[in-house]
Design a protein around this ligand. Structure first.
Ligand SMILES: Nc1nc2c(c(=O)[nH]1)N[C@H]1C(S)=C(S)[C@@H](COP(=O)(O)O)O[C@H]1N2
Ligand SMILES: [Mo]
Length: 312
């Protein structure tokens, strides 16, 4: 199906969500009726985004996509400010080419690799995943990316490599939010090796069939759909293979609130709010949050025998 930018209403007028939703529905019907080509239907700011949704793959959700405008204007990327619309406004200062990534730690082939080199031999795929932010909202995003396992294996991790750490760029000139110590910079995240090797884990280089906007973590970001959104480190410049579990930026900031695992789990409340429900961006009514963000059939076995209340 052809998906158009549904939103030709200025954001200042979006507040009545029901109106917004009925407009979306209208656009879908219009697309169905073959009227979508009429460019008058897509008047909003920025360019028009067309996206051909393919036959769903084994890991794709069939849920409606969150519209492009929301995915690219409602962001968490504290390096560019803490308000949701800061990254879209200010992430233009990030220079994403040339880009290189340091690969280090418990591996045979460490070194600094250019992004083109890392992409060599990888198959780019579109994956439609849910993203659940720990703050209680969610989106459905058509990522363009490639297998994390396939890239990691290329570096030949040795038997001591039990964890992998991802490090975001640290450069306050390009990332003005780093002049304030809201978090300990650079942003760091990590996974246990078997989690990183899971087929659902990807590196993204695009969304909606196009390149990744800076505010979404260009040119390379992590996507782990069964964990809270903050596990998905943006604009990464290092991948480190470690024997010991690393300490993530959020654990360092608030160890009682953010654990290393951070699996989406409706039964483990955040100390300051419930995680039982979520608001899908673009929808009015709340939804129930699903165990492992709806990916339990695929990932629950990674955690068998663990007490997920203690290892949250
Ligand atoms: N470097 C970095 N990565 C980050 C963040 C951040 O502040 N800095 N925010 C995280 C959080 S809290 C979420 S919910 C997702 C949001 O991704 P999106 O803006 O592409 O939806 O990015 C994650 N990755
Ligand atoms: Mo988040």
């Amino acid at each position: 199906m052809l998906i158009k930018r549904p939103d030709d209403i200025p954001s200042s007028e979006i507040t009545p969500e029901a109106l917004y939703r009925s407009r979306r529905r209208f656009l879908k019907q219009a697309a169905f009726a073959g009227l979508a080509a009429a460019s008058s239907l897509a008047l909003g700011r920025g360019q028009q985004v067309q996206y051909q949704r393919g036959k769903p793959g084994p890991y794709d959700t069939s849920e409606d996509l969150t519209d492009y405008d929301s995915i690219t204007s409602y962001n968490n990327f504290y390096e560019f400010g803490t308000a949701k619309d800061d990254p879209e406004r200010t992430a233009g200062s990030l220079k994403t080419a040339p880009w290189s990534v340091r690969i280090e730690g418990e591996i045979a082939n460490g070194g600094t690799y250019g992004l083109e080199d890392l992409l060599k031999g990888q198959t780019l795929e579109d994956r439609i995943y849910r993203l659940r932010c720990v703050e209680g909202w969610s989106m459905v995003i058509p990522w363009r990316g490639f297998s994390m396992a396939k890239l990691l294996k290329r570096f030949d991790p040795n038997s001591r490599a039990k964890y992998v750490e991802f490090v975001t760029l640290h450069d306050p000139d390009q990332m003005p939010g780093q002049r304030r110590s809201v978090l300990s910079w650079p942003y760091r995240e990590g996974l246990r090796m078997d989690e990183a090797m899971h087929p659902l884990a990807i590196f993204a280089v695009g969304l909606y069939g196009k390149g990744l906007p800076n505010q979404n973590g260009a040119p390379l970001r992590v996507v782990i759909p069964w964990k809270y959104g903050f596990k998905s480190a943006k604009s990464i410049v290092a991948i480190r293979f470690l024997e010991r579990q690393p300490i993530t930026a959020w654990q360092k900031a608030a160890p009682d609130e953010y654990g290393f695992y951070s699996n989406v789990n409706p039964d483990v409340d955040h100390p300051r709010w419930s995680q039982k429900t979520e608001r899908r961006i673009g929808e009015f009514f709340k939804r129930k949050t699903l165990m492992f963000n709806g990916y339990a059939d695929q990932v629950a076995q990674l955690y068998s025998g663990m007490d997920l209340r203690k290892q949250f």
